[in-house]
Every structure is written in structure tokens, then in C-alpha cells.
Write a protein that binds this ligand. Structure first.
Ligand code: SAM
Ligand code: SF4
Length: 327
């Protein structure tokens, strides 16, 4: 059981580890068109990432998700998966990816010990896909999803960010796509990261509105599957697929939050919606190989985990882009 318990009695069992801020896409809600990426020396090395994962698992964290940026643009990502997947105490190693490189990498990732995949897919229309991602090819992602299924990944989950006026007319098509491949799907409300302008505010669509669209065609019942995350899951009577809704605005999930994040620069973030953080990279570089010192810093940091996040649409947002914090 995790030794990481915060001031509010929440046990931290889940780490999201960002492995790169780089990406082959430029999704409109995630990155600017011309992002400025970090110099390589500021990004954690393979060994540093593995050391952080080891420290957390030794403290009892049992689930790790690799994210980014796009984890699969890192050339050593499969190697990282093999280093982390063999850590004692780890029950689940997962990855969130845009799917563009899965055709080639799904099988090696499975062999390296990756347990689960979340794959982002916001639209099934090729032109829209390329507009939303500012250059992505839909057919590559669909081929990647199929490669992941063929490689034997179970319980694959699609992530779809729904934006009013941009892809909300495709909600049912995305549900049909998931049902046809027996995948789960989570619809995500856009989070106010980075700069908020009026355009962003007007394209906000709540999870309740998305659920209403689906309910009219596929009656939903609340699923018994519970996660400690911000998603609520629903079942359909005639399908194995679960449908989730991730809604940081409409539903406050902070009281059961069991997760922390480590950014690509090695900052331990205690909450996605707050600025509290501890610089683990500084410790790793000042005391290389000193796992006890790293663990001590993590234990002390958990004290800083705030009670709740501070997202809003009123302009008091946290100025940080998702690819840096890890989604
Ligand atoms: N590149 C990978 C991908 O796209 O799946 C992993 C990183 S991405 C930052 C992780 C998830 O965050 C994706 O599902 C993406 O759709 C979501 N995301 C990015 N920016 C977001 C935002 N502003 N609001 C809500 N979700 C966002
Ligand atoms: Fe890249 Fe993922 Fe951000 Fe899209 S959401 S730009 S794929 S990191």
C-alpha cells in the first residue's frame, strides 16, 4: 500500500510521468501553432525517468502512466517502458498517445511490458482531423488503433476532447466507432490551460451536454467501474464499450484525487490546477543515484498537495500548456 498520504488523508497511488514536451501534432487546445520546446538538457534523461519511477514504486505507487507531449516521439520510449515495467510493485503501466506511431510501435510496446493504451481521437473526418491537430493524418491514427488491437492490448480507451461547433456533431459517430471495435471512450471537457480567449470560452461544451446527445441514441446506465480519477463511466445495454466523461468544471473530483504528475523537466506537480511543485530534477542531478534522497523529497512534497484545483473560465487560469504538464 502506498506510503504517500497527504494532509487530507488521500493516498497517492498513481503517477503520470511526462516523458517529452515534443509532439508531431499541434492540437489547437493543447499547443500553440509554433511552440517553443525545451532544450534537451532540461528534459529528464532515460535513466532519470526510470529512477523517478523506481522511487515512486518503492514508496508504494502501483500505477504509472507515461504521457507528454507525444511519448512515442522519444526514440528511447520502448526502452523506457521495459525499464519501468519490470519494477517490483508496479501493477499497471499505461501510456497516453496520439496513436500516430502505433502502427510501428504497438507490438514492441506490448513486448516491453506496456499494459494499457489511451489513444486520442477527436474526429473521424480527415480534413477536420488535420485542422484540429494542425497537420495530423487521420488514417495513420486509425491504423495505429487497429495495430494496438492486433498487438493484443485490452481495454483500450479513446480520448476525445469535445469542442462546441467543431466536433460536437461527431459524438455519436465516435461512440459508434468505439462500439464497432469494442473500445472504451472518454469524452473530455476542454481544460483552460494556456491563454484563454473568447473563442475558447465559446467552444466549451459540458460533459452533461455530451451525455444528453448520447443518451438520446444509446441509453446509458452508470457503470460500477469506479476510478479515482475525474472520469465517470457509463454502460450501454448492447455493447461491451464503456463511455466516460471527464469534466474538471462540472464535477469536482478533488476529494478523491489519488494522483500526482511529474513534468518533463522533473517538477513534481501535486495538482494539475495549482502551481505547487517540487524540483526533482535538481535532486537527481545534485545527488545522482541517491534514491533515498529522492524518496525523501517525494514524501515531503506530498505534504504540499492542495485540497482542490482552481480551474475557471474567468481568466484566473493557470498559464501552462498541456504538453508540458502531461495530460
Ligand atoms: N500526445 C498524447 C495524446 O494526445 O494522447 C498524450 C499527451 S496529451 C497532452 C494527453 C491528453 O490530454 C489527450 O487526450 C488530449 O486530448 C488531452 N488534452 C490536451 N489539451 C487539453 C485541454 N486543454 N483540455 C482537455 N484535454 C486536453
Ligand atoms: Fe500532441 Fe497530444 Fe497535445 Fe495533441 S494533445 S498536441 S497529440 S501532446
Amino acid at each position: 500500500m502506498s506510503q504517500l498520504v497527504d494532509r487530507f488523508g488521500r493516498r497517492v497511488e498513481y503517477l503520470r510521468l511526462s516523458v517529452t514536451d515534443r509532439c508531431d501534432f499541434r492540437c489547437v487546445y493543447c499547443m500553440s501553432e509554433d511552440p517553443c520546446f525545451l532544450p534537451r538538457e532540461q528534459v529528464l534523461s532515460l535513466e532519470e525517468l526510470a529512477q523517478i519511477a523506481r522511487a515512486f514504486t518503492e514508496l508504494g505507487v502501483s500505477k504509472i502512466r507515461l504521457t507528454g507531449g507525444e511519448p512515442l516521439v522519444r526514440s528511447d520510449c520502448v526502452e523506457l517502458v521495459s525499464m519501468i515495467s519490470s519494477l517490483p510493485g508496479l501493477k499497471e503501466l499505461s501510456m497516453t498517445t496520439n496513436g500516430s506511431r502505433l502502427s510501428k510501435l504497438a507490438r514492441p510496446l506490448k513486448q516491453a511490458g506496456l499494459d494499457r493504451l489511451n489513444i486520442s481521437l477527436d474526429t473521424l473526418n480527415p480534413e477536420r482531423f488535420s485542422a484540429l491537430t494542425r497537420n495530423g493524418k487521420l488514417e495513420r491514427v486509425v491504423a495505429g488503433i487497429d495495430a494496438a488491437i492486433a498487438a493484443g492490448f485490452q481495454r483500450i480507451k479513446l480520448n476525445a476532447v469535445v469542442l462546441k461547433g467543431q466536433n460536437d456533431d461527431e459524438v455519436l459517430d465516435l461512440v459508434e466507432f468505439s462500439r464497432s471495435r469494442e473500445l472504451n471512450i472518454a469524452f473530455i471537457e476542454e481544460m483552460p490551460l494556456g491563454e484563454i480567449d473568447e473563442r475558447k470560452q465559446s467552444r466549451h461544451l459540458s460533459s452533461d451536454e455530451v451525455r444528453d446527445i448520447i443518451q438520446r441514441r444509446f441509453p446509458l446506465t452508470l457503470s460500477h467501474t469506479r476510478t479515482a480519477g475525474p472520469a465517470r463511466y457509463y454502460d450501454m445495454a448492447d455493447s461491451q464499450s464503456h463511455i466516460g466523461f471527464i469534466s474538471p468544471h462540472s464535477h469536482n473530483f478533488c476529494h478523491e484525487c489519488n494522483r500526482v504528475r511529474v513534468t518533463v523537466e522533473g517538477r513534481l506537480l501535486l495538482c494539475l490546477g495549482n502551481e505547487h511543485s517540487v524540483d526533482l530534477k535538481a535532486i537527481l542531478r545534485e545527488y545522482p543515484g541517491d534514491i533515498d534522497r529522492l524518496k525523501q523529497a517525494i514524501v515531503e512534497a506530498i505534504e504540499l498537495k492542495p485540497q482542490q484545483h482552481h480551474f475557471s473560465h474567468d481568466g484566473s487560469q493557470i498559464l501552462r500548456f498541456m504538453n508540458v504538464t502531461g495530460g
